[in-house]
Design a protein around this ligand. Structure first.
Ligand code: HEM
Ligand code: CA
Length: 268
């Protein structure tokens, strides 16, 4: 335990203010922290996760990170206002504050991430999951990151918030009707709808037959196709508290991949 060298309470309020002012920033920050961490390889112990290496080329130019420049830009004024925090801590804190602001669980947050100095440590392109692929690919990516099936399914439940943007990924639309809320509705929508191909989008994606407003990626549908993933998702669909608890644990683990000697914030 150690008090951080910046005013954590004031910083959290400043992050909350950014998210309340523009709700789309909440999911964007959740995706920024995830992609920053998602370059890890737990065997090779490389990829520079949780180091804000995405500020640098080549990583910032990887197609999977399209659109995340907006998230980095939105947080830059807070790095200027609180220069003692590392970018990596700031990005992970913004994600954690966003999840709570959207009504999701309190993800335990520890500080002390060390920023990369330049792009020489960036992992190779292609380590983030590809939305057009299915369960073999998803399992390969999350196993490389060090996650089991329970954790993997919980993490993908983050698609309860936010949406796809044609200009970022070639996919379009939200997974749930309340895209700025955070609960187990990704799983309830997945099970409670009939899904058909969306004929209006060039990339293969699915839409719900009832309203046609919701979407699923092929990689999301893989949760239904894979027996192990489906059984886990069923449990999360039936129990929001179980989902929130599992998500909080897995997301904390994600945001601490590859880090050393993080410190807990002393209780007030
Ligand atoms: C958005 C794919 C796992 C959080 C997206 C988008 C794609 C995608 C294609 C749309 C990006 C855009 O067009 O702006 C995938 C795939 C996954 C995966 C294939 C694994 C199979 C995760 C995980 C998290 C996450 C593990 C976090 C724990 C998000 C969020 C958004 C998003 C919050 C919405 C961003 C926004 O609204 O701007 N994902 N994702 N995703 N993803 Fe994932
Ligand atoms: Ca990184």
């Amino acid at each position: 335990e150690a008090a951080p060298p910046f005013d954590l309470k004031a910083l959290k309020e400043d992050i909350e203010a950014i998210v309340s002012d523009d709700l789309s920033k909440g999911p964007l920050f959740v995706r920024l922290a995830w992609h920053e961490a998602g370059s890890w390889d737990c065997k090779k112990k490389d990829g520079s996760p949780n180091s804000a290496s995405m500020r640098f080329r080549p990583e910032c130019d990887y197609s999977g990170n399209a659109g995340l420049d907006k998230a980095r830009k939105a947080l830059e004024p807070l790095k200027q206002k609180y220069p003692q925090i590392s970018y990596a801590d700031l990005w992970s804190l913004a994600a954690v504050v966003s999840i709570e602001t959207m009504g999701g669980p309190a993800v335990p947050w520890r500080w002390g991430r060390v920023d990369a100095k330049d792009g020489s440590v960036c992992g190779p392109d292609g380590r983030l999951p590809d939305g057009s692929k299915t369960q073999n690919h998803v399992r390969e990516v999350f196993t490389r990151l060090g996650f089991n099936d329970d954790e993997t399914v919980a993490l993908i439940g983050a698609h309860t918030c936010g949406e796809c943007h044609l200009e970022n990924s070639g996919f379009k639309g939200p997974w749930t009707h309340d895209k700025y809320g955070f609960d187990n509705s990704f799983f309830t929508e997945l099970f409670n709808n009939e899904w058909e191909i969306n004929p209006d989008v060039k990339n293969l994606q699915f839409m719900d037959r009832a309203t046609k407003n919701l979407m699923m990626l092929p990689a999301d549908m893989a949760i239904l196709l894979d027996d192990k993933y489906r059984a886990i998702a069923k449990k999360y669909a039936a129990d929001n508290e179980l989902f929130c608890a599992s998500f909080a644990k897995a997301y904390q683990k994600l945001l601490e991949l590859g880090t050393k000697n993080l410190k807990s914030v002393p209780r007030e």
